[in-house]
Design a protein around this ligand. Structure first.
Ligand code: GAL
Length: 701
């Protein structure tokens, strides 16, 4: 009986919440920043990815009741259900989805609907076989997987418009549908068919205006590849020796990223026109580097992404941490949400990881929140009985037993409900930023300097050192605003254009600290090698000249600091000739022993570090961070144990501290003073104990 009264109230509240016109719902473009908690009717988003079409209808009510009991107030639905919604061309059946929504809404659960274009139905692909993307060998992908379509195919575009319009018309005023997820994990495949080739040729024409300009920019005189008509321009497909022009290859990646954004925008435009009161997002992939997310996300109301931390060392929080921060940085003035949060073992053809202790799933949920998520939606509610993902665990297993993962999720759901008022309006605030360049990432995909080189590892060396010192890090892109930071770390900034050089120069001239590392300033914006002395256009800022370098495949060097400490180093050795910089460390071995390996250059109030190599251990990075933090006046947290993360969200007058223990041992962290436990309301001593696989959320009174 109590339950019935409760449900009635929930329904009343949700209908009322929808009937009250929210400010942004009346406008064409929602004002920024987007407030996810307001969007979800004042509730912290706590959800599951749910596939009602995989289960008997008789199961839906039981599922919804179990979800509600776990504090779940949000679902994502339908992103792979195209065939069920449009079983034949132009014939729609949304009645089943209406029924599923009715059951879920009655339990206080709101929905985001996925547009289903990531998995076109078999009938569509059979009728229009040219929808399938073509691989680099000229073979179209055969039916049977997903994400197998060509972005430019006119039949696919027409089919996309039809299904998105039908869904938008049907759900534009539905009180239980608060928004949309476009497609699913946009990115690949690259397509090499004639339609894409013609689209690329058109893109080149718009960009370069004349063939002379293109030939010059790409240096096509090399091997005599000069193009005399636009129609001659190839794609970077499979050629003999896999040889292709790196300039063409970089432009093709830019083209693909922009085409993906335009395909997303095509869907966004339909939804904005028909359903202006509903918000729009997409589920991005964290560190995935095929797409420039800083561009893609300009089209969306808010960022959502898919967080699967179980592939790595489970105590290494910096992996998912950097992904969260990078995702937050793609739309920097607001918080984001996790649309797929790992809830069990990963696997397709086999299991791909080892099981995590149930408590870790709660720690990962809190990590998302600590890095700025105002919503966590779990992939998936229940493990599938069918298809490719039978080994990819949801919260429940196929038998629906309320297992330990369900108990853990229920606990987190209740706690986040309790913490909502505190969290609302709070954000991550950082003085340090890591600069990630999409052009550089693509150029390294095309031509990595050596086999052992890994750009993300470069980012992690610096990022991890700051995080282990308890210092928050934002991620910037070349288009971001650099002005509010004290420190910018820009590892291996391979591709530079004039505007980026200018922004970095201004940053240093205004007193900022810039950290550069090897392979910086090597290429211009066309992926053409500079003819300036390295580090090219940043040589003056860095105060060094590089007249020789030594890529060492599988070898270790030795770096000697001025205080005599020795550190092993690997992958690459820039041999530095300081012009105005001072030497911080030299090489210990080989023909360049005694030459500079790391330098520091002062320019007015600004400082530029140049680190010419990659250290094999974390200590030198920790020392560098300690030095920078002291100079820039950044507070550090000493003695943070391995496997324990310290993260902070702030709002006026409030500091919210998250202490996250990813290890199987109880740990202790000593803070600057005692804080209040935000969940129990009790005071905690400055030395805070954190049980194994557990979390403390603390705040000032
Ligand atoms: C994600 C994807 C989901 C599901 C999950 C597990 O990348 O968005 O649809 O496939 O992985 O494989």
């Amino acid at each position: 009986m109590r339950m019935r009264v409760g449900l009635g109230l929930v329904v009343l509240i949700s209908v009322f919440a929808f009937a009250v016109p929210r400010g942004w719902a009346q406008q064409k473009v929602p004002p920024k920043p987007f407030d996810l908690i307001e969007w979800n009717g004042g509730k912290f988003i706590f959800g599951v990815d749910y596939y009602p079409e995989h289960w008997e209808e008789s199961q839906w009510e039981k599922d919804a009741a179990m979800m509600q009991a776990a504090g779940i107030n949000f679902v994502r639905l339908a992103e792979f259900a195209w065939v069920k919604m449009e079983p034949a061309e132009g014939r729609f059946d949304l009645a089943w989805l209406d029924r599923a929504l009715k059951v879920l809404n009655a339990h206080g659960i709101k929905a985001v609907l996925g547009t289903p274009t990531a998995s076109p139905p078999a009938w569509l692909m059979a009728k229009y076989p040219d929808i399938a993307a073509m691989d680099e060998n000229g073979v179209r992908y055969r039916y049977g997987s997903r994400r197998n379509y060509c972005l430019h195919n006119p039949n696919f575009i027409a089919a996309t418009r039809r299904i998105v319009t039908a869904m938008a018309e049907h759900y534009k005023k539905h009180p239980g549908v608060i928004g949309w997820q476009i497609d699913n994990e946009l990115g690949e495949p690259y397509c090499y068919d004639a339609v894409c080739r013609a689209a690329f040729q058109k893109w080149c024409r718009v960009k370069y205006q004349s063939l002379d300009a293109l030939n010059k920019a790409w240096g096509t005189i090399f091997w005599g590849h000069t193009y005399l008509s636009w129609a001659e321009i190839p794609l970077p497909w499979n050629t003999l020796y896999k040889a292709f022009n790196p300039s063409l290859a970089l432009d093709y990646r830019r083209f693909h990223s922009e085409a993906t954004r335009d395909y997303l925008r095509l869907q966004v435009d339909i939804l904005r026109q028909i359903a202006p009161g509903q918000a729009i997002t997409h589920n991005a992939m964290g560190m995935y580097d095929g797409i420039d997310y800083s561009d893609l996300h300009t089209v969306l109301d808010f960022v959502a992404w898919d967080n699967y931390p179980m592939f790595a060392d489970q105590a290494n929080y910096a992996g998912p941490g950097l992904s969260h921060d990078l995702m937050r940085g793609t739309k920097p003035k607001q918080n984001f949400m996790v649309m797929e949060q790992q809830s069990g073992l990963p696997g397709w053809t086999t299991f791909w990881g080892r099981q995590a202790a149930p408590g870790l799933f709660r720690v990962w949920d809190y990590q998302s929140v600590a890095h700025g998520a105002d919503g966590v939606c779990h992939f998936r509610w229940r493990t599938s009985r069918y298809g490719t993902e039978q080994y990819w665990q949801g919260i429940l297993d196929q038998d629906s037993y309320p297992n330990a993962r369900y108990q853990t999720v229920s606990r987190t759901g209740k706690e986040l409900g309790q913490l909502t008022d505190l969290l609302r309006g709070s954000r991550v605030v950082s003085s340090v930023a890591l600069l990630v360049s999409p052009d550089t990432r693509w150029a390294f995909q095309i031509q990595p300097p050596v086999k052992d080189f890994n750009y993300n590892q470069q980012l992690h060396h610096y990022y991890d050192a700051f995080r282990h010192a308890g210092i928050s890090v934002d991620v910037l892109f070349p288009r971001s605003d650099f002005s509010k930071y004290k420190v910018i770390v820009a590892p291996a900034l391979f591709v530079l254009d004039e505007s980026l050089v200018e922004k970095l120069t201004t940053f240093v001239k205004n007193g900022g600290t810039l950290v550069l590392s090897y392979r910086t300033g090597v290429k211009d914006q066309h992926n053409v090698f500079t003819n300036q002395t390295l580090p090219g256009p940043l040589a003056e800022l860095a105060g060094v000249a590089i007249h020789d370098y030594d890529p060492q495949v599988g070898q270790e060097q030795e770096v000697v600091a001025t205080d005599g400490t020795h550190w092993p180093a690997r992958v690459w050795f820039d041999i530095l000739d300081p012009t105005t910089a001072q030497t911080l460390a030299t090489y210990g071995k080989g023909y360049y022993a005694g030459k500079a390996a790391a330098t520091l250059n002062r320019l007015g109030n600004g400082t530029v570090f140049y680190i010419g190599t990659e250290f094999s251990s974390p200590e030198p990075y920790a020392r560098l961070v300690d030095f920078i933090a002291k100079e820039a006046g950044l507070p550090q947290l000493a003695g943070l144990p391995q496997g324990v993360e310290f993260a902070v969200r702030e709002k006026p007058g409030k500091k919210i501290i998250f202490l996250l223990n990813y290890t199987e041992n109880p740990q202790k962290v000593t803070l600057d003073r005692p804080y209040q436990n935000a969940l129990t309301g009790e005071s905690e001593a400055a030395e805070v104990p954190i049980p194994a696989f557990d979390v403390k959320v603390l705040t000032n009174r």
